[in-house]
Structure formats: C-alpha cells, structure tokens
Write a protein that binds this ligand. Structure first.
Ligand SMILES: [Zn+2]
Length: 471
C-alpha cells in the first residue's frame, strides 16, 4: 500500500522525493502541483477550526532563530537522540530505532547506561560488528547569519512554538489582555534526523501547525466543552489500558485529567474527521510517565493506526505549564507575566502540535481504493473536471465556455482534453476529484451535460445551469 501511494503520488504530481535528478536527499520531499492543492485544503480546514471557530490569532515568524532562543528553551542542551556507530564498518544508527528493530524494545526515556546495555547485546545489521558507545546528537541544523565580526550562530527552528512564546507580550495586547487565547502558527520546521525513513513520516524539513493556548491555571474549565463531549473515542492511557468512552465520560471518570486537554483532544479529533480520516483508525494515547518532558504534567497524542506503518503520531497535545514563558523571561530579562482580576501570574500553556505532512499521508492511505484516492470534496485538489468529448466542431469551444462559467462561480476546475474519455475519468478518479462534467454534441443543441460522480460512477444528464447549482 505504501508503495502504491508513492507510485501514484509520483505519477500524478502529489508528492515525490526532492532533488531527484541529483540522487535525492533523504528526509526531504516535494509537494507537487496536485499535492499542494490537497495540502492547502487541509490547512484551510485547520484554519477554519482554529482561527474561525476557536478565534485563534495567527502569526508567521522566521525559520531561523538566534541561539539564545534555544538556550532558553532547552533545545541546545537536550534536543538530541542517542546515536551509535559500528566499530567495524562505521555505519551510524539511531540507538532507539536499532534497539526497537532488533529487540522490539521501546527505549524512549531510558538512561544512557540502559541504552548501552541493550547495544552491547546487538550486532551491526550490516556487518555484524560490535556497536560503539551511545552518544548524544543534537537534531537542530546549525548555521550563521551575517559576515565577519557580526556573525551570529543561528539554528533552523525544530518547532514553530518558540517564536510564538517570544512574541507573547505583543500578542497579549492584540488579545485585549484577556485569557484564554490561542495563537496558531503554520510553517516549516527542521530536524536533522539521524535516519529518516518512511517517506513522509519522518522528514528533515516538514510542515507543522502549532497552536499555543494561553490560560489562567486557576481556571481549567473551557467554554464549549459540550460541543465535543459526545464524541466517542478510543483511549490508550498512560498505564496502557484501553477505554472506549465519550470525551465527556472520559473527563468525568478522570481518564482525561482536565477539561482543557479533553476539549483540545475533541477539537483535534473533529478536525481529523473533517478532512476525512476514519474515526475507527484514531486512538487518543496518553504518554507514559517515563516518556513525558519534565515540564509537562500530561501529554496526549492522536495516533492513526496505519495498515502498514503501525501507529503514526499526527498531533501532540501537552500541558506545558508556564515553563516556556518563564524560561524566556529568565534568559531575556523581560517580563512575561500578566495581571488580571485573579492577580499577577505567568499564563500556562496547552500546546497543540500538528504535523501537516503526516496526516495527509494517513489520509491518502485511508482513502486509497481500487481507482485511486477517494478524497472528500473538501480536501480534493479540484471541485470538478470539465472534459470536451471531442476537440472539434465547437464542442471544445463550448466546454471552455462551461469551464469559465464554473470558475466564475468560485469553483476550482480542471480542464482536460487529452486522451480518451475513459482515461480522463481514470486520471480524475486517481487524484480524487468528486465530479466530472462532459460536454458533447448534444450540449451544443440543448445545453445539457453529463455529470459523473466519482463515488458510485453514476452519470446523469442535466442542464448546465442545474449542474452549477449542484456543484
Ligand atoms: Zn558494521
């Protein structure tokens, strides 16, 4: 299935490896012309959820940050993975992946000594040599800004969140000094992964959408929780117990410890359903005590159960307390506290961190049928295709005219006159376009067209004006 997705992805301009003519570079992908349209639609639905419905502010900040930012955030010290190298052939490995592959053991959160113990029992998969000691490798790409004396060490951001925190005081003014408020940032992030694999799942340059919700820790109740409380979900808790509950029940039974988290899990779940991900493949997973960051009191992921790649984390939702604002206050010497009717305090943060590339992969996997990607209209690359049956006798002129009318209605329309009509339907099915309009000789007589629906391949004859109404 994975191969099929990439084969179609390459063939139809959805997604393909970057720098292909120079042999490619692992961990980088190009979104092709069709893929960009799908991605934009997914981002549009994301903005509908967070900017339109939850009234988040949106910012766009630089990808390069000076090193002070990551000294404060802790990334310079601790944003690292353990590596090992073969003492015989020199092949580098990411320790957790190697131990996972060879022994089936999850080592996230384990100490360096424990990791070395596991490594001592494993041989190099390439040459069967002994593996060296584990060492820490920082995942940030380092570069510099400016020449000569003014040269400054900078890093490509490994997450969008830090620049949102740094701008807090300006955002607080825009939010009219009222809590809670959320801030969305959609953009690129960069991680120099040791061994990127699985195409779109672990990338070195990737798209993120992160929302920081600033709130008063003395008020953990959320307006609008009822809107998501009936959503039924599957939960895997920190003790690896499974629950099937509604979010309201999960909150009342303390499976999800507070309303802020339960609410944001519900919003994210609803967003994934809105792009077309099937609920039965989604699991809300609570992080175990030993995998959570020290500053977070509770962290959850929504995972997609892939047919082939196991569990794929699509969003992480974490209570980050006042850690980030306090760190930036300490390192910058600036004040990040607020004064409200509840006194003076530093706001707490719940972070909702989406990957954008991963959910789209999951979506492509989940909607793949025998004809291609059965995408929902809301995310499909075009609303409708227009095909002239033949390229002569004025049929093509009429088709162009109808194409223009549909575009004028604000629809996204793909015009295709190349190849047999069957091939054109097949191409349109592959990239998940819900409707096709075919223009033929009868159209010239009575202004009717054939409207074909992807889902059941049904065809109906209708007046052009009716078709515009339907679409
Ligand atoms: Zn080796």
């Amino acid at each position: 299935m994975y191969d099929k997705i990439f084969e179609l992805g390459k063939k139809r301009g959805i997604v393909y490896p970057s720098f292909e003519v120079y042999g490619g570079l692992s961990g980088f992908i190009d979104w092709g012309p069709i893929g960009v349209r799908i991605k934009r639609n997914v981002e549009k639905l994301l903005r509908k959820t967070y900017v339109h419905e939850l009234e988040c502010l949106e910012v766009e900040c630089p990808n390069l940050h000076p090193e002070e930012v990551f000294e404060a955030s802790g990334h310079i010290k601790s944003f690292a993975d353990y590596m090992t190298e073969c003492t015989m052939c020199g092949e580098p490995y990411r320790a957790d992946h190697l131990i996972g592959d060879e022994r089936g053991i999850e080592v996230e959160g384990k100490s360096k000594t424990e990791i070395n113990n596991y490594l001592s029992e494993i041989k190099c998969p390439k040459c069967s040599g002994d593996l060296g000691e584990a060492y820490s490798y920082n995942l940030m790409f380092e570069t510099s800004v400016g020449p000569g004396k003014s040269k400054k060490t900078t890093y490509l951001r490994p997450e969008t969140a830090q620049s949102t925190y740094i701008g807090f005081n300006r955002l607080w003014q825009v939010a009219r000094r009222t809590l809670p408020f959320g801030v969305l940032q959609v953009g690129r992030s960069y991680r120099n992964e040791i061994s990127p694999r699985q195409g779109m799942i672990r990338l070195r340059e990737f798209n993120q959408a992160e929302i920081q919700f600033f709130y008063d820790p003395n008020n953990m109740f959320v307006e609008g929780f009822e809107e998501v409380s009936d959503i039924k979900v599957e939960i895997l808790d920190k003790n690896e117990q499974t629950h099937k509950l509604s979010l309201g029940e999960a909150y009342r039974e303390k499976v999800i410890g507070n309303q802020v988290l339960a609410y944001h899990l519900g919003v994210a779940y609803r967003f994934f359903q809105s792009i077309g991900l099937p609920g039965e493949r989604l699991v809300l997973r609570q992080h175990r005590e030993d995998e959570r960051s020290f500053y977070s009191s509770d962290t959850w992921d929504i995972e997609y159960i892939s047919g082939e790649l196991g569990k794929i984390e699509m969003v992480g939702i974490a209570l980050r307390s006042d850690y980030d604002l306090t760190q930036h206050a300490k390192y910058s010497g600036k004040n990040f506290s607020v004064t409200t009717e509840n006194g003076k305090f530093t706001p707490h943060v719940v972070e909702v961190a989406y990957g954008v590339d991963r959910p789209i992969y999951c979506l492509l996997e989940s909607c793949l049928d025998d004809r291609g990607f059965a995408l929902k209209r809301e995310v499909s690359p075009y609303d409708v295709c227009v095909f002239p049956l033949v390229k002569k006798d004025g049929v093509d002129v009429k088709a162009r005219e109808i194409y223009g009318k549909l575009k004028k209605e604000g629809l996204s329309v793909f015009y295709d006159k190349a190849g047999s009509i069957g091939k054109r339907y097949a191409r349109s099915d592959e990239i998940g376009i819900s409707y096709c309009v075919t223009v033929d000789y009868d159209t010239l007589e009575d202004d009717t067209v054939t409207l074909r629906v992807r889902s059941d391949k049904s065809q109906v004859r209708k007046k052009t004006s009716e078709v515009i109404g339907i679409l």
